[in-house]
Design a protein around this ligand. Sequence first.
Ligand code: FMN
Length: 220
Amino acid sequence: MNVSADIGPDPRHAAQAEIRAVRATISALDQAGVELLFTKARSHYAWEYRPVGEDMLRRLYDIVKQGATSMNCSPARFVFVTSAEGKEQLRPALKPANVPKVLGAPVTVIVAHDLLFWDRLDTLFPHEDRKPLFRGKDAHIAETAMRNGTLQGAYMMLAARALGLDCGPISGFDNAMVDRTILAGTSLRSNFLLNLGYADESALFPKLPRLPFEEVCSIL
Ligand SMILES: Cc1cc2nc3c(=O)[nH]c(=O)nc-3n(C[C@H](O)[C@H](O)[C@H](O)COP(=O)(O)O)c2cc1C
């Protein structure tokens, strides 16, 4: 329905119809979908020799970018390390136990965030000028970038699994070394590494226990 003959249909109606159409098609993942993404998903440490092409990385990002961030600020930046030269640049920053896990993966993503993310808010949050909330406020910038960049890294793990890829997240490395080498001269700061590819499951051990609802959750 037109709210005004002058300005045409209310764009909110199309947005509302879009999510209603999705829900009419699928209301929840089935058990197998939940197992693939969460309950039976594993972190992987060894990899088949099976490349992951740029087309797949583009499909992956097209999903990841739709994940929610505060004020739609989208601070994550992803460096897809696929070449032997790139892996060699990463090697000195890795804890020794993580070297074969990273070098064996077809892709290692440096999940980083941009401390200048707020400069893009005119595109990402165009209806209000929110840049003054960040300008000169380094602690708020760092906290917002880390919170939302970490979320986007997690979205990448789940999106990768949804596309049939396996993940191996890695925080056992020297962030400062990556920041002053691979990310030198940029406003990017590394958060964690994410190996992507098709896993060699023979490196897996039994899944570790998790904490029960009673210990972790409360209902107010
Ligand atoms: C942010 C993050 C960092 C991690 N860093 C490492 C790492 O440096 N080396 C490693 O072998 N595993 C690492 N892991 C894998 C965890 O040890 C693993 O997720 C955990 O033991 C649970 O196992 P599961 O994911 O197979 O259920 C990391 C996982 C996450 C999410």
